[in-house]
Design a protein around this ligand. Structure first.
Ligand code: GTP
Ligand code: MG
Length: 171
């Protein structure tokens, strides 16, 4: 018989980097050009097969990136098995914000939490300001999984969540 793993996953990152869009792509394979900013947080689930013997169910908390909701975040990351910290490759400030979230998670979340850094909006390459190598070097140094993603084109979205599932399973 196969194994079923259940993981609580939290998404964190500055407002408008595309957290909700990544979840919508992963859960429903859809994308909206005009998404409303999240209020508080949203809860969704998605189940994936890692291989014919292993199923992973993600319980996903998509948090609100606006500053006024910042104090709610610990409620969502406290019991999380995994986290996706998102920045936007066209906004330098969003990488700084992502680094601050990683620091907070590494201090306050479960010591075994698996953290992935996602550089989203990779389809907007003409407006790129964060180089892949720079983010990869930071991710390596901080011990994070790293993917550049596009919720719009679906690039690397399934790869991101599959990698988190595999790495969380190993903990
Ligand atoms: P908050 O809920 O305020 O924290 O924002 P968020 O991080 O959830 O961002 P959201 O998913 O709402 O996306 C913000 C805007 O960016 C929307 O207009 C999306 O359509 C757009 N967007 C999200 N992902 C991508 C992407 O991969 N490429 C492009 N071009 N646009 C994207
Ligand atoms: Mg949102």
């Amino acid at each position: 018989a196969g194994k079923l793993f259940q993981f609580k996953l939290v998404l964190l990152g500055e407002s408008a980097v595309g957290k909700s869009s990544l979840v919508l792509r992963f859960v429903k394979d859809q994308f909206d050009d005009y998404r409303e900013s999240t209020i508080g947080a949203a809860f969704l689930t998605q189940t994936i097969c890692l291989d014919d013997a292993t199923t992973v169910k993600f319980e996903i908390w998509d948090t609100a990136g606006q500053e006024r909701y910042k104090s709610l975040a610990p409620m969502y990351y406290r019991n999380a098995n995994c986290a996706v910290v998102v920045y936007d490759i066209t906004q330098v400030s969003s990488l700084d914000k992502a680094k601050a979230w990683v620091k907070e998670l590494q201090r306050q979340a479960d010591p075994n939490i698996v953290i992935a850094l996602a550089g989203n909006k990779s389809d907007l390459s003409a407006r790129r300001v964060v180089e892949t190598e720079e983010a990869q070097a930071y991710a390596d140094e901080a011990g994070l999984l790293f993917f550049e993603t596009s919720a719009k084109t679906a690039t690397n979205v399934n790869e991101l969540f599959t990698s988190i599932g595999k790495n969380s399973k190993l903990e």
